[in-house]
Design a protein around this ligand. Structure first.
Ligand code: CP
Length: 324
């Protein structure tokens, strides 16, 4: 494996010593300094290796109970948090908003106060409202982990994406990462932009004008509106689906026209960045972000490696926040 020890990355990005890498919650990448990001990536690497060798402390979080509050649907994040918790010996409660007393008129805040009073050791929350995990963290006593809120942040996705890039490319510094798609509404794009720029990568975004916000969440990001202009020189190309659930109107003429202009094909990659590796946080909408041949190309596609790296990443986060 060509993993470059994250100590090297930390040394490369900062000469500061004695940086506090402790944290109470994980609410967003924007709350983290490079030392904290590095500590999480280091621990992710520890668990990735441990999962391969079968040798880790499987009772590290014994007697801990983790409450999952997913107000929005999820396949990857919810399931991998549960597997990560169980790999460390914790127990998980999957609270379901659709069978809860929200249907009887109980408010979000009363729901949080009620669940908070039950004494879980950590909460993982996904919510469509901007900053909902921050509000929850102000009301409960235990660590809160953001499993994705609105278009704001999805910190564990950015961490697992960063770890996947490090595994494949040896580090983040000076890597050119190009993100294509719905930049305006994507929390994954936002958290990735913040993390990658903090860690010394060069970040570009490519999108139609309608999906490109004027203000991006991190500095020094180059904006492009065509693959032809934005792709050359990319080491990693990450596609992002259209976040229709967060759009208040149609922002592209049609899926076909979007794919014709922004869809990744083998021919486009061969022409503009033949050595680039392709990532997508999922869910992948077939026929929109990339053609099937690209998604399934074992030489190029890191999609299932991203999914697999969700487990050690979330083990690392739970370990950092919960073990005493
Ligand atoms: N990437 C991601 O957040 O996927 P899920 O919505 O399936 O959790």
């Amino acid at each position: 494996m060509n993993f470059k020890n994250t100590d090297d990355i930390l040394a490369a990005i900062t000469d500061k010593t004695n940086i506090d890498s402790s944290m109470k919650h994980l609410l967003g990448i924007s709350d983290l300094n490079p030392a904290q990001i590095t500590a999480l990536l280091d621990k992710t690497h520890h668990y990735a290796q441990a999962l391969r060798s079968g040798d880790w402390n499987q009772t590290r979080l014994n007697n801990k109970i983790i409450l999952h509050l997913f107000f929005e649907d999820s396949t990857r994040t919810l399931t991998s948090f549960e597997i990560a918790a169980k790999r460390l010996g914790a127990q998980v409660v999957n609270w379901n908003p659709h069978t809860s007393s929200l249907s009887k008129g109980e408010s979000f805040i009363d729901t949080i106060d009620t669940l908070g009073a039950m004494g879980a050791d950590a909460l993982v929350i996904r919510h469509s409202e901007f900053g909902a995990p921050v509000t929850v963290a102000q009301r409960v006593k235990c660590p809160v982990i953001n499993g994705g809120d609105s278009w704001r942040e999805h910190p564990t996705q950015a961490l697992l994406d960063a770890y996947t890039m490090i595994e494949e490319k040896g580090g983040l510094k000076d890597l050119t990462v190009t993100i294509i798609g719905d930049i305006a509404h994507s929390r994954v794009a936002a958290s990735n932009m913040i993390l990658l720029t903090q860690m010394g990568a060069r970040v570009r975004v490519i999108a139609p004008e309608t999906l490109l916000p004027e203000q991006l969440p991190a500095p020094d990001i180059a904006k492009f509106t065509s693959l032809q202009d934005g792709l050359p020189g990319s080491d990693i190309v990450m596609t992002i689906r259209l976040q229709k659930e967060r759009m208040d109107r149609g922002l592209i003429p049609s899926p076909e026209s979007y794919f014709a202009q922004y869809g990744l094909t083998s021919a486009v990659l061969d022409k503009y960045c033949p050595g680039a590796l392709v990532m997508d946080p999922g869910p992948l909408v077939r026929g929109m972000q990339m053609e099937d041949d690209v998604a399934e190309d074992p030489r190029r596609s890191l999609i299932l490696k991203q999914v697999a790296n969700g487990i050690p990443t979330r083990m690392a986060v739970l370990d950092m926040l919960l073990s005493t």
